[in-house]
Design a protein around this ligand. Sequence first.
Ligand code: F6R
Length: 248
Amino acid sequence: IHNVIFDDSKEPSILVAREIADLIKEKNAKNKPCVLGLATGSSPIKVYEELVRMHKEEGLSFANVTTFNLDEYYPMDKSNIQSYFYFMHEHLFNHVDILPENINIPDGKVSADDLYQYCIDYEKKIKSIGGLDFQLLGIGRTGHIGFNEPGSHFNSGTRSITLDHITRVDAAPSFLGIDNVPRKAITMGIGTVMSAKRIVLLAWGGNKAEIIQKTIEGHITSEVPATYLQNHKNTTFILDEGAATELT
Ligand code: F6R
């Protein structure tokens, strides 16, 4: 892992958006699709803001972009404002020229009977388009990437998982209470994330400091799934001062 520390989240978010924009343009020049793995949550918001600005003010086109979101709560309706489907449309998709058929977000309403096959198919779809060119990540206080909670296998694929208690506590405010937070989710696996050609993880603020220290300086363990990223050849951690305070 290569890590870079900034004063706050603003400047680095613009730099990450610029890297994504350059990749989109490079692929477009070769008439190729640009396949992006995307995250939700507070960490990537400024990156999406900047991508929207580049679309509106600089003509950055998303016509050749295909996206795969990391995760979605289960069960979860698309129209629910807590859904990751809603989040992505609100922060990015509604404001750029991406083709709706090129947007992939795990479906929080797939029936229990179809769930297993649905996850296998999500994984297959990523492979069949040539894999993820770029994966954007946040990190949870449990060390999850996507919703790969402690115990996740390094080779795991897209599947349904049970959310960790800490993850549900952290989500409680936006659901107006922990009882409303779903107990399950659909998530890309560690293997799915690790297959990306390039990975950028964002972490802002002091409440991420402890897990960032374990992830970067600790030994690789399924107890902190983000430590698997130590084995990825092209990963950058982008931190602000707060998230970097525990690093030695
Ligand atoms: C969201 C996701 C999660 C978040 C993580 C951090 O799609 O995959 O792993 O990235 O929980 O969330 P924030 O950014 O809200 O601190």
